[in-house]
Design a protein around this ligand. Structure first.
Ligand SMILES: Nc1ncnc2c1ncn2[C@@H]1O[C@H](COP(=O)(O)OP(=O)(O)OP(=O)(O)O)[C@@H](O)[C@H]1O
Ligand code: SF4
Ligand SMILES: [Mg+2]
Length: 391
């Protein structure tokens, strides 16, 4: 299978019935859970947009709100314990507060999700073919026979050998990679306009991972779907997505075109993510550089910039370090980062390796990695100090 060139693909033409705005528009989204311990502010004022035919990569450490955001788009949170405010417009239609009946019609039909673990999404009691055919029948009114044919066709499309025969298998008779493909077939059976893939390849080995990502790209070209790809792997985003949204503590801290964000990141958290990635081309004995500390509790998120308890750069901020603990930096529209550092200082700091000034001894969490060669990291992700210049 061939890798689809995202730049060549570009945004697909808008389909019939499309509003004038972006295909998916999320504005000032807040998702809160009521728990015995208090209110969890899992998503706190998140905004982003996505066009048809484009892929948005969402990255961030565990607990940053990636899955909660997308489950909110699909309307899959328990309304008894979840409060959702803000705007989620899909093709101009408001999803926040929409009745369950409306969301049910849209799920699987207009929007679909590929989950991290296929075993949780596939029922062990029904054949693979039936599980793909059922949503098709439900959403299109097709006959059993037509739906079965459609399921076989989809299994063939996702690369399952002898699909007519294998459609009668149960999930346990499929390998992990095949189950993932079957789940993709299930998600795509109604040609959804929006596909959300939540860590779709984490459990797979690297070869199968590449095949699945190629497959998503090919299917996107065929159906013109908008894709949200949630992953921990910046290399996957570098190779697959058009745009990237970096999340921290339920907020977007940086966003923009993938090449710009990974080539010239503007947020200390993004620098930390890039510095913590292993590189195929770096010295194998070189230490990795994890971001110090842990993500904050969302029961009581830090004041000001949520990253300030872990950030080494507040002394560089105009107005003094206490500004970071006091004042919440806003994320500007379009390409940008939510950080009080000046644009010029961000450029200088990134060019110097994304580490605090005066720590060039190669020790500690923020030292410059010992890179060699072209400065490109795993799967083409740039290393600190080697990217394109900030604009
Ligand atoms: N139903 C819930 N009730 C209470 N808290 C929740 C609930 N669902 C998620 N959370 C909390 O919301 C936060 C964001 O969770 P989310 O699952 O979106 O993280 P994530 O970025 O997807 O992480 P990962 O990379 O580990 O999948 C976490 O602190 C999580 O514990
Ligand atoms: S605003 Fe301050 S604490 Fe937040 S990322 Fe920028 S420098 Fe660090
Ligand atoms: Mg998740």
């Amino acid at each position: 299978m061939t890798t689809v060139s995202k730049e060549a693909a570009g945004p697909a033409p808008a389909g019939p019935g499309t509003g004038s705005g972006p295909f998916l528009s999320v504005r000032d989204l807040h998702v809160r859970f009521s728990t015995e311990d208090g209110t969890v502010r899992a998503v706190d004022g998140l905004s982003f947009t996505l066009e048809r035919g484009r892929t948005l990569g969402i990255v961030g450490e565990s607990g940053s709100g990636k899955s909660v955001t997308n489950l909110a788009v699909l309307g899959l949170h328990d309304p008894r314990t979840t409060t959702i405010t803000g705007e989620i417009l899909l093709d101009g239609r408001e999803l926040t507060g929409a009745p369950e009946r409306t969301l049910e019609k849209l799920r699987g039909n207009k929007m679909a999700m590929i989950f991290q673990d296929p075993l949780t999404a596939l029922s062990p009691y029904y054949t693979i073919g039936r599980q793909i055919a059922e949503p098709y029948r439900k959403h299109t009114g097709a006959s059993k026979r037509e739906a079965r044919e459609r399921a076989v066709e989809m299994l063939e499309k996702v690369g399952i050998p002898r699909p007519r025969l294998r459609a009668d298998d149960y999930p346990h008779q499929f390998s992990g990679g095949m189950r993932q493909r079957a789940m993709i077939a299930m998600a795509l059976v109604c040609d959804p306009d929006l596909l959300i893939a939540d860590e779709p390849t984490t459990a797979l080995d690297v070869t199968v991972q590449a095949q699945i990502l190629d497959l998503l790209g090919e299917l996107q070209q065929e159906f013109g779907s908008a894709i949200i790809l949630i992953t921990h792997d910046l290399g996957v985003v570098a190779n697959t997505a058009d745009d990237i949204l970096v999340m921290y503590a339920g907020r977007a801290v940086e966003r923009g075109p993938v090449r710009e964000v990974l080539g010239a990141p503007r947020h200390p958290y993004t620098w930390g993510l890039l510095r913590s990635m292993p590189s195929l081309r770096s010295d194998p004995d070189a230490a990795l550089h994890p971001i110090p500390g842990t993500p904050p509790s969302l029961l009581a998120p830090p004041s000001g910039c949520p990253f300030h308890p872990r950030c080494a750069f507040p002394p560089e901020v105009p107005g003094g370090p206490e500004r970071c603990a006091r004042e919440r930096p806003e994320l500007p529209e379009g390409r940008g980062a939510a950080c009080h550092l000046t644009a010029e200082r961000k450029r200088e700091l990134w060019a110097a390796g994304g580490r605090p000034p005066g720590r060039g001894d190669g020790r500690g969490a923020w030292e410059t990695p010992r890179t060699s060669g072209t400065g490109s990291g795993t799967l083409g992700v740039p290393r600190p100090g080697r990217g394109e210049s900030d604009r």
